[in-house]
Every structure is written in structure tokens, then in C-alpha cells.
Write a protein that binds this ligand. Sequence first.
Ligand code: NAD
Ligand code: MG
Length: 396
Amino acid sequence: MKKGITILGATGSIGISTLDVIKQHPHEFNVIALTANKQVKRMQELCIEWSPLYAVMADSDAATQLEQSLKQTGSSVKVLSGVAGLNLVASLSEVDMVMAAIVGSAGLLPTLAAVKTGKRILLANKEALVMSGKLFTDAVRQYGAKLLPIDSEHNAIFQCLFFDEAALPSKTPENLGINRILLTASGGPFRTYSIEQLHEVTPQQACAHPNWDMGQKISVDSATMMNKGLEVIEAHWLFSIPAKQIEVLLHPQSIIHSLVEYIDGSVLAQLGNPDMRTPIAHALLWPKRIKSGVPYLDLIKTAQLNFEAINFNRFPCLKLAYEALNSEGTATTILNAANEIAVEAFLQKTISFTSIPKVIETTLSQLNGRAASSIEIILEDDKQARELAQQIVNNS
Ligand code: NAD
Ligand code: MG
């Protein structure tokens, strides 16, 4: 039987890579729904190619445009809009798995809708987990959903920890004998820049990642290393590992995607070419392996794997993320919201690259986090943090 899949964020970098893997396995998957924000033209092309049952545009004007242009082609795709449309296609009974690949906090509610209907969740949208932490992982257990990480580091850790289906939901570190998790980081495009040089960098430079081809927001996050900070928080929640046992290691080649050190001294790592189709293919039918289309790794050609310690002074965002995780509650919600505002302001050239951590730090210092005990509290603190961060941007 084919597996029904909804792809949230189908027009993005992860969405397109997912469709590329699915295309290689036409007998395994049935694309039920595709979603996007505003990219009408791209979505129209995808609808013609894939004929899903549903296409959802988060933006209602975009939905109207898509509906009109699809009508002219005689397409029978049903067009929906807004959060209600996203939630609906994430929870349809004919959907077995949901690729959560919306960027940012907009992905939280549809991903939770998929969790609450017990789907297999392929989680790329790390911001959703960073915002909601324990509430998210508790819901996964409560509703019997299966959570498979797509983020390459977390997918690597998952591969070094779990080998069979009985492993989900994740076990605690004590019964697996883990000493440390080592998250690798390429260091992004500015790894060798001095702090002075960082003041002048442009959005275009920040989005030109040396190893990965990604959306704009995660590319800027990689350049500030907030991406790695969000990933530390993500690892904490996915694998129930305390922050002090999660370390970040610079590895410029992005060949080792992360490592797990066990208490007996064994270290397991997952390696591969830096291409998101590998973690996507791994998670789609896990524990069954399928081809991804990624060229096999040539270690002779790679020749060198280098490692460096992190300098937290050069990457203040990473430090802020550890601090937010340690202070618990909605501090990570506030961190994520302020980061989204600051990154957007940098992309719009309203603030400089080095102002990004300043906006986040000021927001965190002016708002008190609290216990993240309900989705309402999380959404309220997210909204408040966005408003405050925007004010800080406007006054800077
Ligand atoms: P992207 O910008 O290329 O695509 C984002 C997708 O989300 C698009 O389809 C867009 O239409 C949709 N979207 C944007 N705003 C929306 C909104 N308000 N409502 C509904 N949909 C909206 O981003 P990406 O690089 O594919 O990243 C997606 C997620 O995956 C992010 O959370 C990112 O951190 C994570 N991720 C990406 C990569 C990568 O290699 N690209 C690697 C690891 C994790
Ligand atoms: Mg990653």
C-alpha cells in the first residue's frame, strides 16, 4: 500500500528535496497535499506535476490566485487557505506522514495538528520544537505519533542511537549509555572572518553557505550560528539529553553530520555528502532504507576531516541559545521569536549582521519567560517577543 504524504512547505528547499526523493519511488508514496505561503507560480507547477488532492496557500490572496489559474488548466486540485487549511491537510485520515518543512513559527500549529492525529512526523521545522519543547514531545507520546528528525545533525544522532522501530518514542540517555552528543557545525560562510569584518557583511554573503543550499532564514541562522543554538535545543527535546551533555564542534567539511559518545568510550558518527535528500530518504520509510539520489561519499576525494573548538565570543547567538535552554520555560520561545524578527530585519537591510544577537539579547533581558504549560502561553509569549523585538529593531 502506498503511503499518503502531506508536504508542509512544499515550495521550499526541503520541500523540493522531498519531492525529488519521492519521485524516485513512485510505487511507495501518494502525495495527498502540498502547501506553501505565497509562491503561486511554483505551486501551480507542482500541482500540475503531482496532482495532489489538496493545495494550501497560507496567504489567502495567493490561494485565490492559485484557484483561478488552476481552474484555467482544468485541474481538479482542491485549493484551501490559511492556518485552517494547513491544519486540515496535516491531519487528513488518508495521510500517513507529514513532512514539516515550513520555515519558522508558522509551522507550529500544522505540525501539532499532525502530531495530534498520530502521524509519522518528518521534522525539518526545528523552530516548532524550539518554541514548544516539552509540550510538543509530550503530545508525540500522548497521541502515538512517530517523530523522525530531518535536520541532518539530528538525523545523524538518531541513526547512531536507534536501530529498530521499538526505539520510538525516544529512550532516555541513562538506558542507552550516552556520555555526550557532539553536534557538528560547518561554521557557515564567516567562520574565518574577524569580528570587525562581521560588521560589514551583507545578506547576500550570509546566504551563500559553503556546503549547503538552503532557504534564506536558515542560511542567515547558519552564519550567526543561531542555527546551531536552535539545534542544541532541538537535540535536548528530541533525545531527552541535558544541555551540558550536548557539545558543538566545528567541522568545516560537513561530512560528519554528528556524533554520539557512549560511556564505554565508543564514538559513533554518521557520514555522507552534504545533501538533505539523505536524511529525508532515511526518514521516509525508516527503518527501511531507500535510495536518495545523493552521490555516494568518496573518502579518498574528501581526504581531510578537520575539527575546531567553538569560540563563543565570535558566535554570541550560540551562547544565548544555551542560556535560554538552561533557563527553561518560554525563554526558548522568546529567543526563537526575537531571532525571526532580527533575521528578517537583517535580510531587509534594516539592521547589521552583528545587531542580530543584540536584538535577541535585549528582548530576552526585557521579557520574563514562564512555564511553557499550554499552547496559549507559548503563542502569547511568541507574539509579545515579536512585538518587543520589532520595537528594538525600529529604535536601533
Ligand atoms: P525555505 O524558505 O526554502 O522554504 C520554506 C517553506 O515554508 C516554503 O514552502 C514557504 O512557502 C513556506 N512558508 C514560509 N512562510 C510560511 C507561512 N507563514 N505559512 C505557511 N508556509 C510558509 O526554507 P527551508 O530551507 O526549506 O527550511 C524549512 C525548514 O527546514 C526550516 O525550519 C529550516 O530550519 C529546516 N531545515 C532546512 C534545511 C535545509 O537544508 N534547507 C536543513 C535543516 C533544517
Ligand atoms: Mg542542521
